[in-house]
Design a binder for this molecule. Sequence first.
Ligand SMILES: *Cc1c(COP(=O)(O)O)cnc(C)c1O
Length: 373
Amino acid sequence: MPVPLFDPATPVRALRGALREAVDEVLDSEHYILGSRGEAFEREFADYLGVPHAAGVANGTEAITIALRALGVGPGDDVVVPSFTFWASAEAIPPTGARPVFCDVDPHTMCVTPETVKAALTPNTKAVIAVHLFGNVAPVREIAALGVPVLEDSAQSAGSTARGGGRPGGLGTIATFSFYPSKNLGAFGDGGAITTTDAELDARVRTLRFHGSEDKVTYTDVGYNSRLDELQAAILRVQLPALDGWAAHRAQVGAWYAQEGLGELVTLPRATDAADRVAWHLYVIGTEQPDALAAQLTERGIGARGYYRLPVHRQPAVECLLAGGRAAVAPAGLPGTEEAARRHLAIPISAATTREQVAEVVAAVRAGLAALG
Ligand SMILES: *Cc1c(COP(=O)(O)O)cnc(C)c1O
């Protein structure tokens, strides 16, 4: 049987009735932007994370730009960001006027560390973006101890938990989420959120997401039109109670991969010391010929692909910024990033992956590697 790389549809199928009802209620309410459902979702999502404030925004990319602006980031400032991440983590920086400074990752956890962040700090560093990549939990508290505000890019880590308590989204100064349909908690379109423990930051976020206005009459800032609409909020409210079960299942699938002996064939992703439960968003192994193995797996009906083969600092748009001095790379270079970019390969995981599917994938990896010799 084929095993897809990811499967957001199956877990949601059980909720179809409730989802239809929720959508009908929004239609009946005739209220589509900044209404009671958005507010209710913000409260429920904040409660789930254990933070006092959550504000819905249009997507996870704008969430980062707005969160940086709320932190006061602007022209002349530097923002540290890993290069081994989804493009949007870094793309969100230049619109603030600040300069991205790329730091390295630990190739085993694929997350930033206090050491890699420290090596990228400059006198102008105004914020650090710690990405909880693939659902792993970046060591936010240790990075914050360097004395710079930490923005958690939590787009891939909804449902993970941190050692010592708390969840991604409540560990740093401010955090951002994406509800893109394939994320751990996905809307039926675009959506995002910004969470914080700081009431003043939350107020600034709310002003910025509404065109830079607090009262919709006076415009105190040049802001954004960036909201989570009522339909998406209603859809997310139906799914949120299921998130913890889905997250636990994602962690279980990771454990099954190890139990089925995958670690004897390839390098398994390693949870950070900051992680308690990793709700793997993608299950990303390391191997010497990842694209050749992916072709072998695809031939056997198993979904597999490399996501960030060309790390952000080597993308054409960033090479332009680097050439113009509008971006920088940590002076010691990015060897962990180069290694992760060269060796990584995502194999199937979802909140519906079965133990039988895991066994099938491991057997296919074994056969695929044997065929490669
Ligand atoms: C998906 C993602 C984003 C962007 O979210 P969108 O909602 O697609 O704009 C940002 N950072 C990371 C790490 C992501 O995975």
